[in-house]
Design a protein around this ligand. Structure first.
Ligand code: FAD
Length: 273
């Protein structure tokens, strides 16, 4: 007898319902879709693969009719036809009606995804490769049992993940977070039951502040801290070195993810890894 195992990830066909500007650098896009009832996620830093159309296309081109062969078929399509694939984070999932939010950083120079988001309008169609199983491997924020302090750092691309993580922390969890954004207008209210101290860092002249600000800070005393760092990969590496090398935090207690790299598109970043 075989037991049916649900595939952890599947495609969802989505349409934009509405967009809302959260600040100069972030736009929230809300999507609906007939099969979103089958989308399940425990949230936190749940990452998703989004497939976007090129300008002039009514929908993203992914050969779903090839079943498991879609990836090979997609890669073989011409550059200007093949849907643009980019990684984003589930910011929120709501039921009744089924909707998800994704927050896009709008950056200069723009890329296909940030350009798409800046122009997104109700009815626009995208494809999402996302989770059908709530606890899945595209959730990386996993504090080990007994963690007594959660430390977070994220830039504007990781603010959606960091704020979703903060919202998910149970009451009484001690947390220290640094969120770095380009403009003062990008600051957001964060609803959390955790005992969290959140510092927003605004890059006035465009220069990153991450390491200096974090290095200068006194962390609350903790025996079993857990650190989560995500954003521009150069910053992420420096911060990881700081936490592991300078603060002596066990490397197994540090989760770090490069979300983008200055001067590289996501395709180039993936090819370089
Ligand atoms: C797991 C994961 C989760 C992510 N979640 C989110 C999310 O929720 N929201 C979000 O906005 N991003 C998120 N990102 C980052 C996003 O995938 C990248 O920023 C991506 O490069 C954007 O694609 P693009 O088409 O706009 O630009 P690309 O075509 O990939 O890049 C074009 C140019 O823009 C530069 N660039 C890319 N991003 C930025 C930026 N933020 N600021 C300045 N320059 C940039 C590149 O270096 C390149 O020079 C996530 C990435 C990962 C890996």
């Amino acid at each position: 007898m075989t037991t049916a195992v649900a595939a952890p990830f599947r495609f969802f066909s989505l349409q934009v319902v509405r967009t809302r500007r959260l600040g100069p650098s972030l736009v929230r896009v809300t999507f609906s879709g007939a099969d979103l009832h089958a989308f399940h996620s425990d949230g936190r830093d749940q990452s998703l693969s989004l497939f976007l159309p090129h300008p002039g296309q009514a929908e993203p081109v992914v050969p779903l009719e090839l079943g498991d062969g879609w990836w090979q078929g997609w890669r073989e399509l011409p550059d200007g036809i093949r849907a643009v694939m980019r990684s984003y984070t589930l910011r929120a999932l709501r039921r009744d009606p089924d909707e998800i939010d994704i927050d896009f950083a709008l950056h200069t120079p723009a890329g296909p995804a940030s350009r798409w988001a800046s122009r997104a309008a109700a009815g626009d169609r995208v494809l999402l490769l996302g989770p059908a199983v709530a606890d899945n491997r595209a959730i990386r924020f996993r504090p080990p049992e007994g963690t007594d302090l959660v430390v977070l750092w994220g830039d504007e691309t990781a603010v959606p993940a960091a704020t979703a993580i903060l919202e998910s922390l149970p009451a009484g969890t001690r947390a220290r977070a640094w969120l770095e954004v380009p403009h003062a207008g990008d600051l957001q209210d964060v609803a959390t039951e955790a005992d969290a101290e959140i510092t927003w860092l605004v890059r006035h002249d465009g220069s990153p502040m991450a390491v200096d600000a974090v290095r200068a800070a006194q962390l609350p005393a903790a025996e079993r801290p857990y650190v989560w760092i995500a954003g521009e990969s150069g910053r992420v590496k420096e911060l990881r070195r700081h936490f592991v090398g300078e603060r002596g935090i066990d490397r197994r207690r540090v989760t770090f993810v490069g979300y983008w790299r200055r001067g590289m598109t996501e395709e180039q970043l993936r090819a370089a890894e």
